[in-house]
Design a protein around this ligand. Structure first.
Ligand code: SF4
Length: 460
């Protein structure tokens, strides 16, 4: 079984990753593109890449993922994929009538060096792009970055291609939500509306990847940011970017292009990060925090007080996406837990500093690894040397969980072996409550499972 033969002895590796804690860029670009209303994502590369990206998203969201592919053959691999993309654009606009096609590249088309804007110009010349329709693109070579940078690149492409500068600013605030679940995006919008703040969220996969079952199949579900809304982002008074890795590039591009000032915040996971988000909304939109939200927060504090005795000192291993890890680490430290192992395969400049800040000097034994060699194999080796009480991360941790008999809370992307996770937010005060319940359930179920007969308690 995967990871069954992991040895405890940690050897320095300079070139090899084993089960990396990341996946490839186009998956993120495809996910972001699905958050644009009536958009058809398009993978400029081989069919195999596109099939993998679609199936990765389908397996996580349990929804059909529509996307086109340039279907490279041996010929296009040598001479470039221009004619394939021209034909694909013509076919897609003729057969599927999207408002926008979001093209992302793959390792192969990047290595060839295909110039997407030049090919799109050609498609325009040939009349393959109907009046009023758009093609945007992001470069997403997978030998650099990860699915998170792919998401960031496509979110930035939305700004580069579609945002329009405006002389007069309005009261609206743009929110770039980062790679979170559709339910998280809905929850972030609910928080904004509850505070009376008018927002444009982009991308927005709520009501796309968690659309209700109506008995009718909709090729383009009703959710997603619309093109007119994206054009309007240039007239907003500010942008709040949630997550330094996934959201900051789009927010900064909008500032440069349309002079919309931005503030980059952590994902609002946990009490402190949600407080900062709510406070940023309050300051930016000059509104009051309603009593309703204060009550929500108060309930989280009450539950933490009740649960704290079980959390204190528990050692946790975390892996996944950098923006998620920073906020989760801060939350766990606030609960007096000890996030001792933290691993992400996604590169990015400020991650280590931000994790250090989240640890706040309170977990001196913490080991943090990012980028090359930051993989599930290393995580398993660390755990073999000094076990943990809890694992938090994506499905790939289930092998470690089984081998080491340690409870696992599934969080992040991808979750391939459970259903329903994308319908429950983990952001905001409501999301914090859900996380708290999941953590305590996992710890106490483990205690029940392993306690001897004489200390198996009905009341805990
Ligand atoms: S890593 Fe590159 S070659 Fe592999 S699926 Fe992703 S884009 Fe395709």
């Amino acid at each position: 079984m995967l990871l069954r033969h992991t040895t405890a002895e940690v050897a320095e590796r300079s070139a090899l990753s084993v089960n990396p804690a990341k996946t490839c860029q186009p998956i993120g670009a495809m996910y972001a593109a699905l958050g644009l209303h009536r958009c058809l994502p398009h993978s400029h590369g081989s069919q195999g890449c596109c099939a993998y990206h679609r199936s990765a998203l389908t397996r996580h969201y349990k929804e059909p993922i529509m996307a086109g592919t340039s279907s490279f053959t041996e010929g296009s691999s040598v001479f470039g994929g221009q004619s394939n993309l021209l034909q694909a654009l013509n076919n897609m606009f003729t057969l599927y009538d999207p408002d926008v096609v979001a093209v992302h590249t793959t390792c192969l088309s990047e290595t060839i060096g295909d110039d997407i804007p030049q090919i799109v110009d050609k498609a325009n010349e040939k009349g393959h792009i109907p009046e009023g329709k758009y093609v945007i693109h992001a470069n997403t070579p997978s030998y650099v970055g990860s699915h998170v940078t792919g998401f960031a690149n496509m979110a930035k492409a939305m700004v580069d291609y579609l945002a329009e500068p405006a002389a007069m600013k309005n009261e609206c605030i743009n929110i770039v939500p980062g790679w979170v679940e559709p339910a998280d995006m809905r929850e972030i919008k609910r928080l904004c509306w509850q505070m009376g703040v008018d927002v444009i969220m982009f991308p927005d996969t709520s009501d796309v990847l968690d659309a209700p079952q109506t008995g009718e199949y909709e090729f383009y579900p009703k959710g997603g940011v619309t093109i007119p809304e994206l054009k309007q982002t240039g007239a907003s008074s500010a942008t709040l970017a949630l997550g330094h890795t996934a959201s900051a590039p789009a927010a900064r591009a909008l500032d440069v292009k349309c002079n919309v000032p931005c503030e980059v915040l952590d994902l609002p996971i946990g009490l402190a990060a949600t407080d900062r988000f709510v406070d940023a909304l309050r300051r930016t939109a000059r509104v009051e925090v309603p009593q309703y939200l204060e009550n929500e927060r108060g309930r989280v504090v009450d539950v933490i007080t009740d649960m704290h005795q079980y959390f204190h000192g528990k050692r946790v291993a975390l892996w996944g996406d950098p923006d998620q890890l920073v906020s989760l680490t801060e939350f766990l430290v606030d609960l007096d837990m000890r996030p001792v192992y933290i691993v992400t395969g996604t590169p990015g400049k400020a991650f280590l500093k931000r994790i250090e800040k989240a640890l706040d000097g309170r977990v001196p034994e913490a080991k943090v690894k990012q980028g090359l060699g930051a993989d599930m194999f290393l995580m398993h080796q660390w755990i073999k040397n000094e076990p943990v009480d809890l694992l938090i991360g994506n499905t790939y941790g289930k092998y470690i969980s089984r081998d080491e008999d340690t409870p696992l809370i599934r969080h992040g992307f991808p979750i391939l072996d459970r259903i329903g996770h994308s319908y429950f937010p983990t952001v905001g005060y409501g999301g914090a409550l859900r996380l708290l319940e999941k953590i305590l359930d996992a710890l106490l179920s483990d205690q029940d499972k392993n306690s001897p007969e004489e200390s198996f308690e009905l009341v805990m």
